[in-house]
Write a protein that binds this ligand. Sequence first.
Ligand SMILES: [Zn+2]
Length: 414
Amino acid sequence: MMLIREAKLKNGTDKQYSAIEEAIRTAQFVRNKAIRYWMDNEGVSKVDLYALCKELAKEFSFAKQLNSAARQASVERAWNSISSFFARCKAGAKKKGYPKFKKHARSVEYKVSGWKLSSDCMNIVFTDGFGIGSLSLFCNSETREDLHRLKINRIRIVRRADGYYAQFCFDTTRVEEGVYTGNVVGLDLGLKYFTKDQNDNAVIYPQFLRKSELRLKKASRRLSKKFVKGAKPQSKNYHKARKRLGKIHLKIQRQRKDWAIKQARCVVASNDAVVYEDLTIANMVKNHHLAKSISDASWYQFTQWLEYYGKIWSKAVVAVPPTYTSQDCSNCGHRAKKSLSTRTHSCASCGIEICRDTNAALNILKKGMKILGMEWQNNSTFGQKESASKEEKHEEKTTATIRTLEWQVDFDES
Ligand SMILES: [Zn+2]
C-alpha cells in the first residue's frame, strides 16, 4: 500500500518558485506531447512513449532540463489517461473520457532521482536543470519521522492556492489490528440527513461546511462580475478575486475531506460490518434534488474512506445496489412506490410505521448481510454503541497517514 505525506515547501526565493513553475510547465509539455503522439499514430505502446521521451530531450533543451525519470513520470501520466480511456471503452462506459491536453497542470512528479533530502530531513534540494535548489520542509512530526524511516518512491511538487507542497509517496504495508465490536450498520444517504442507520441514528451535514459553501458561492459570483468578456489581460481586480476564490476553494476542500474522514473512521471503528448504498455520482445527478445533497455532503468521498478503513482494520465494508431500498418494507418485504416527499414508511401489508430513511437503512443492511452470508434479525442485540475511546486510539495512529486515496485520485485525474 502506498502512504502519502505532505510538507509545505518554504523559504524559497521568487526565482526558485518560478523554477518550480518551469518544471511544472515542462512536465505538462512532455505529457501533452505524449498524448499528441498517441493521437497521431496507431498502436502506440508505453514503450513507444518512453522512446518519445528521449527524442523530446534531444529536440527541446528545456525538456532536457527536467530530470530524466521525471520526464518518464510525465509520459506515464499520459499513459494512465490513455489506458483508463481504453478500460472505460472496454467496459462500455457512457463517458469514455477521451484523453485531453492539459492546460493548467499543477504538479510535477519525480521518482527516486532529481532530488535529495538533507540528513536531518529539514530541507530538500531539487537537482535537475531548472535550478529549483534547496527548500525548507514544513510538516508535522509524524511526517518528519517517516521521512527518516521510510523509503521514498516518488515525490510530487504541487501548486496550491497558498503555496507549493511536496507530496511524498512511501511504499509500506499498512494493516492495523481492528477493534471488533459485534455491531453491524446499514447506512442510507438521505436528503435531510447525511446518513441514517437502521437504529435511527442520524448524522447531519455540519453547519460550518454549509457556511463555507455559501462563502464559496459568493466569491465565485464576485469573480464572474469582474470578468470582462474578450478583455486580455483581465483586470487586476479580477485576478485578485480569482486568487481569493482559489483559497476559499482549497479551504473547503480540506474541511470537507477532514469531515468525511472523521465520519468514516467513526463508523468503521464502531462496527464490524458496514453496508452502504452504491450510488455512482453519474446516476444521482439525474435527480437534481439529490444531486445537490450528494455534492454537498461528499457522499462519494465518505464511502471511499469507509472502504479504506475497512481495509486497514480488516472489517467488512459492502456496497449494495440501491434498487428498491426505499420502496420495500423492511419488515415484510411488501413493495410500494413512494414519492420523495413521503417521509414515513407505512406498510399497507403489515402495518409497520417507521421513518423512511430508517426503513431504507434496514433494507440496505439486509442486502449487505446477504452478500456477506450473515444472518441478521430486526430484534437482535446489535446496536451502535458509543466507542469514542476506541476511536481515539485509532485516531492517533491514522490521521496523518491517510492520504493514499488522494494520491490515487490525483493520478487518475492527470
Ligand atoms: Zn410490511
